[in-house]
Ligand binder design. Sequence first.
Ligand code: PPE
Length: 305
Amino acid sequence: MPITTTPKIWMNGSLVDWADAKVHVLTHTLHYGTGTFEGIRAYETDKGPAIFRLTDHIKRLHNSAQILGMPMPYSVDELVAATKETVRSTGLQSCYVRPIAYYGYGEMGLNTLPCKVDVAIACWPWGAFLGDDALEKGVRAKISSWTRHDHNIMPPAAKTVGNYVNSSLAKVEALKAGYDEAIMLAPNGLVAECTGENIFVVRNGKILTPPLSAGALEGITQNSVMTIAKDLGFDIRVDNIARSDLYIAEEIFVCGTAAEVGSVREVDNRPVPCPGPMTMAIGQAYRRAVRGQDKKYAHWCELAK
Ligand code: PPE
């Protein structure tokens, strides 16, 4: 999806003009994929732009760096403040926010120990990833021929730049085959997640979502959806899902910061009832929550001011 420019990008402690936010072609992470990033959204609320679960996202960025053994030069509090400053500088009421920590210019070779870590935060307006009507209309998904990373190959719990080669291969394969999204299986055949979303499957009235051990990122939207679903009185739990569960599911939905909550109406050309009642209730509650329209979840909306 094309990028719409905004005035400033935060780089290593200061806001620079969008056009000046550049890196050298010998930037370490460009060659080895060793960085880590986050995807966050700011939404318009009555009180001004609010960044949804900002602190939790920045904590996950720190955790990803910890998994990679990458020293993070800024604390969680510093990056929370920097993200708010960047969002404010855009003048936008709502936007996508992309913090990235990467090994910069100055060293080459696989040893990251001598490399300096650079951090940048950019914001731009971005529509819902699977389309604004993905909740109501649903998307067509395909089991990918690409397997999700094994924990001992690329840790899926870290949102590592290089991990997304796997997601990108699966996404493009699915699109070229005429589908909207790919569902990735772990090396043991269990369902892991989608290329940029967590997945939920309704079976026998219960909502299931795969655990980190099955190769899923611990999604912040996944976590929000679990809270919302419990508050709605649904039986929702983290549990393993087999491929067959997908084919006989009562409902399937996916969720992520960029995608929000989207229904799945078909897996491998097998229809899935869509839009499902639980999916709709959760998706609509999520839409209200991110905009600060539900007091119960007001603490998730961290004001940019
Ligand atoms: N799994 C993967 C692989 C993933 O990339 C994301 C987010 C999620 C699950 C959901 O996580 P969360 O956003 O915390 O609920 N994907 C981000 C990047 C998407 C992109 O294509 O770029 C996002 O949604 O911002």
